[in-house]
Design a protein around this ligand. Structure first.
Ligand SMILES: CC(C)(COP(=O)(O)OP(=O)(O)OC[C@H]1O[C@@H](n2cnc3c(N)ncnc32)[C@H](O)[C@@H]1OP(=O)(O)O)[C@@H](O)C(=O)NCCC(=O)NCCS
Length: 288
């Protein structure tokens, strides 16, 4: 546990004890997110508590001052997400203390995270480097026609899904992947004579159906998976498109989806061990 004292002239000193939060803190995390104008996202927080480690700092009254999530993929890679500091404690080093703690418990894992404009300087000081820009698109796609190239995933596809995902991520993400059939409202695969060569899912969040993860060997496959998923989805969707994925961006724009948020993708550590050109969209930016 990392401890430091934050001087504060207006209140009693706050000791920055970063501790692991149990599932019972889910509503406090959602309250903290909402206080920073993020959605409450119960389904997402539920997944994050199940597959990740949620940490935070409590103030002298026991209230949550910060929160952040570390999601490990075996020992080789991990993602940091949902970094939040309550507004009343902003700019006193608590966000940095929390992320530093996560970096330390992640040990030698290569870390990825999507940084907001406010968060980015903090992460850069902790050794994260920028790796392109991610744009979040949102909107309703009407009358999308399926390409007919993918099919709904079946239970027997899970080993194939785990294999293509492990290749793209350079890590075993079984913990989260085993939950996908229940977590996703839509899950599709591409198969070549019975062997899964790519997969994509979509899941219902507060106000949109989030399209992701998308793992595919090439652009045509990725776009076919996204198109086939979206052909089945009613109502607004959300889709992440990284700056190194211009055709995905083009796909989103040509459907009149609007880019409502941008984040900088950052990483820390050695080269990413995965075949990153097979990675197209995250499950959620908090998990990669
Ligand atoms: C980003 C965030 C976690 C920073 O938390 P924090 O406890 O204030 O962080 P620290 O005190 O350790 O570091 C402060 C640094 O963050 C940045 N920062 C924090 N608040 C900021 C603000 N309102 N405007 C601009 N930059 C800000 C600055 O670089 C600042 O350094 P400085 O004070 O030397 O200029 C917090 O502002 C927050 O929760 N924001 C809303 C949610 C969010 O964007 N989270 C980041 C996800 S990647």
């Amino acid at each position: 546990m990392r401890t430091m004292t934050i001087s504060d002239t207006s209140r009693a000193p706050l000791t920055a004890n970063v501790t692991r939060l149990g599932r019972s803190a889910i509503d406090e995390c959602r309250d903290l997110a909402e206080s920073r104008h993020w959605d409450r996202e119960e389904r997402k927080w539920d997944l994050l508590f199940a597959v990740g480690e949620v940490y935070g700092i409590r103030d002298q009254d026991g209230e949550l001052a910060t929160a952040a999530v570390l999601a490990r993929n075996g020992a080789t890679t991990a993602t940091i997400g949902m970094v939040l500091t309550a507004e009343r404690y902003e700019r006193r080093g608590l966000g940095a203390a929390t992320v530093r703690h996560l970096v330390s418990v992640a040990d030698s894992a290569v870390l990825t995270m999507y940084a907001t404009e406010n968060g980015r300087p903090l992460y850069e000081r902790l050794g994260f480097v920028a790796d392109g820009v991610n744009t979040s698109y949102r909107g309703t796609v009407t009358a999308e026609t399926s390409t007919g190239r993918s099919r709904p995933a079946e239970p027997a596809d899970l080993p194939g899904i785990r294999a293509v995902d492990a290749h793209a991520h350079g890590a075993d993400r079984s913990k989260v992947l085993n939950r996908l059939p229940r977590f996703c409202s839509h899950l599709r695969v591409l198969d070549d004579h019975g062997a899964v060569t790519g997969y994509a899912g979509a899941w219902p969040n507060d106000t949109t159906t989030v399209v992701g993860p998308v793992i595919a060997a090439n652009e045509d496959d990725a776009l076919a998976l996204v198109t086939d998923l979206v052909a089945d989805i009613d109502g607004p969707i959300r889709l992440e498109a990284h700056s190194t994925r211009p055709r995905l961006t083009e796909w989103a724009r040509s459907r009149d989806l609007s880019g409502f948020d941008t984040t900088t993708m950052t990483y820390r550590g050695e080269d990413h061990p995965g075949a990153r050109d097979h990675w197209w969209s995250p499950i959620t930016v908090a998990l990669g």
